[in-house]
Write a protein that binds this ligand. Structure first.
Ligand SMILES: C[S@@+](CC[C@H](N)C(=O)[O-])C[C@H]1O[C@@H](n2cnc3c(N)ncnc32)[C@H](O)[C@@H]1O
Length: 223
C-alpha cells in the first residue's frame, strides 16, 4: 500500500484495520471493458451496512443482456448502484442519467464514471423518478431491489414498500418518462406488464419477454 499510510487508507474508508488484520471495504472489478468500484462483501456473520452498494450480480448481468443496444439520445438508469448499467449504456447513448436514492451509490457511480473517463453519465440522487421529473428518455433500464420480503435491511436489496410494488411503480411512472416509440427494459418479470403500461396511459404497448443471451429455453408445459 506504500507510499500511502495505512491510517490514510482507513480514514478514506477503503479498508478497515483491526490490529494486524486489514480488510478491504471496497473492491475494484473489471467488467466488460470497465473498471467498477463497489462495496466489498463482508466476512461471514459480519453485517453489511444498510447503504451497501452491490457490485455486478446475476440480476445486473440479466438486465444488461436484455438491454437493446440501439442508439439512444437520452438513457435513464433507475437505481444505478455502482453505475454498471449506465456505463454499459454510455457507448450507445448521447447522454445517460444515473439515478439512485442511496447517496453512497450516487457517489460510487460518479466515481466509476470518472474512473472510466465517461463524461456523458450524469449522476443524480432521489427516490424513483423524482430526480428526472418532467424529463423523457429513449431508453429506461432498471434493476430494482430484487428481494420481495418484509425485510428492510439493505437499500440495494429490499424495497421500502409492500410486496413487488416498487416494480409496479417503476413501470407505472416509467411510462410517462418514455419518449414516443421508445423502450423500457427491466430485469424482473411482472405479470400483466402490458396492462400496467396501458393503465399508465401508454399507447401501442408491445410486451416482449426475452431470455438473456445464452440462457436455456424453459421447458414446454406438459412435457
Ligand atoms: C439491485 S440494485 C441494482 C444496481 C445496478 N443497477 C445493477 O444493475 O447492478 C437496486 C438499486 O436500486 C436502488 N434503489 C432502491 N430503491 C430505490 C428507489 N426508491 N429509488 C431509486 N433507487 C432505488 C438501490 O439503492 C440500488 O442501488
Amino acid at each position: 500500500m506504500a507510499p500511502t499510510a495505512l491510517a490514510d487508507w482507513a480514514s478514506a474508508g477503503l479498508v478497515a484495520a483491526d490490529g494486524d488484520v486489514v480488510r478491504p471495504l471496497l473492491r475494484l472489478r473489471p467488467h466488460r471493458g470497465l473498471l467498477l468500484a463497489h462495496d466489498a462483501p463482508r466476512g461471514e456473520g459480519e453485517p453489511l451496512p444498510a447503504d451497501f452498494v452491490m457490485g455486478v450480480g446475476n440480476s445486473s448481468i440479466t438486465l444488461s443482456e436484455l438491454t437493446v443496444r440501439r442508439h439512444s439520445r437520452r438513457t435513464l438508469d433507475l437505481g444505478t448502484g455502482c453505475g454498471v448499467q449506465a456505463l454499459l449504456a454510455a457507448p450507445h447513448s448521447d447522454t445517460v442519467v444515473a439515478a439512485d436514492r442511496n447517496p453512497r451509490a450516487v457517489a460510487l457511480a460518479a466515481f466509476n464514471a470518472a474512473l472510466n473517463a465517461v463524461a456523458s453519465v450524469e449522476c443524480r440522487l432521489g427516490d424513483l423518478f423524482a430526480p428526472v421529473a418532467g424529463e423523457r428518455f429513449d431508453l429506461i433500464v432498471s434493476n430494482p431491489p430484487f428481494v420481495i420480503s418484509p425485510d428492510r435491511s439493505y437499500v440495494y436489496r429490499d424495497a421500502e414498500v409492500e410486496g413487488d410494488s416498487i416494480c409496479r411503480e417503476v413501470v407505472r411512472q416509467g411510462a410517462g418518462h418514455l419518449a414516443e416509440g421508445r423502450r423500457m427494459v427491466r430485469g424482473h418479470r411482472l405479470r400483466r406488464l402490458g396492462d400496467l403500461f396501458r393503465g399508465a396511459g401508454a399507447r401501442g404497448v408491445r410486451e416482449r419477454l426475452d431470455r438473456p443471451h445464452g440462457a436455456a429455453r424453459p421447458p414446454r408445459r406438459g412435457r
